[in-house]
Ligand binder design. Sequence first.
Ligand code: NDP
Ligand code: GDR
Length: 372
Amino acid sequence: MKKALITGITGQDGSYLAEFLLEKGYEVHGLKRRASSFNTQRIDHIYQDPHEGNARLKLHYGDLTDSSNLTRILSEVRPDEVYNLGAQSHVAVSFEAPEYTADVDAMGTLRLLEAIRFLGLEKTTRFYQASTSELYGQVAEIPQSETTPFHPRSPYAVAKLYAYWITVNYREAYGLYACNGILFNHESPRRGETFVTRKITRGLAHIALGLEPCLYMGNIDSLRDWGHARDYVRMQWMMLQQEAPEDFVIATGVQYSVRQFIAWSAAELGISLEFSGAGVDEIATVTAIEGDKAPALKVGDVIMRIDPRYFRPAEVETLLGDPSRAKAKLGWEPEITVQQMCAEMVAGDLKEARRHALLKEHGMELPVSLEG
Ligand code: NDP
Ligand code: GDR
């Protein structure tokens, strides 16, 4: 039975990857951070009680900032494959916490690679590094491929640049089978609530039911190449099954604006919107509502405004990936379109909003709105 170790197993990608590897028959080990409250919601459905024996999903307390912990876990598990998905992954937050972001995202990757080398696992353990389209930052060419030069635009992206190159370096220096997946944005109903797509689907679902008044957004002109996380984790595994290690861009090859994603999400809720004004004065107004789909709203309501607090000190305005190499060499094709993904996310968030509406009806506390 093959063994995999996933850092970041409690995150969006980690949860889909763990599901995928369990289905493939792997024994899956995951690094879980100690927190003062439960932080395993995304993997609770695949949890296996260790008391019942034969559990193939095993969680270990750990942290990418702790070398001795990583070395001990690696020496106990001796995995065939390591997927380094753990990271402080929020770009805007990395401007607030640049040093911590570098410690986890850059140094954390080095710590894992060094532990593999120190334990003499470099000829037996394969390594996947979660690299990112944020490396391209201020883009040098459109679309971006494996040969496009990097120009990172945030402490997050700079930290990930170190992680990218140290992965390449361990491949070249020690013959480690190590790959960078340069993944463009990928989303799902499990996306963290403060990334833009989830903020929109969750916010609009709550607004439609009268639980929140308005969505406050940053740069809605921003263009992104969005795919579905389930499609993208399949690719992470495929990269480690090749004969020789290589880096791959994973993207859909199509881009849309944040504004377009707002319009799609609203349409899923039966709401038509008109965008008017410009810059910080831009607003979105309800122009029509399908049947009784958004009971709390009426035509003329303003449900989106710009709040400059969500602008970033340096923005990545446009990202568009060229996945030709992955398609040609790995036969990879994304199966879920961005519109299907948006519909799935809205449906999930509408369910959650209905639960919150019930809580409110019975006089119970609602979770507070999230900043991000
Ligand atoms: P999430 O933010 O959903 O998950 C991040 C995971 O990392 C969580 O499990 C988190 O734990 C864990 N983590 C955070 N800090 C530490 C730490 N100090 N030590 C150990 N674990 C830690 O990210 P995604 O699932 O969306 O992304 C997975 C990876 O892919 C990340 O590295 C991200 O930077 C990268 N990436 C993501 C893209 C995307 O569009 N989603 C695109 C390109 C790259 P906890 O649950 O306790 O917070
Ligand atoms: P990104 O994702 O920075 O691309 O990083 P995010 O969804 O946070 O932002 C995408 C774009 O939307 C703009 N935006 C807003 N973003 C947020 N979060 N909140 C807002 O209110 C808002 N308004 C506009 C942003 O400015 C940006 O241009 C994600 C993360 O998953 C990284 O870990 C990963 O590496 C990259 O995707 C690829």
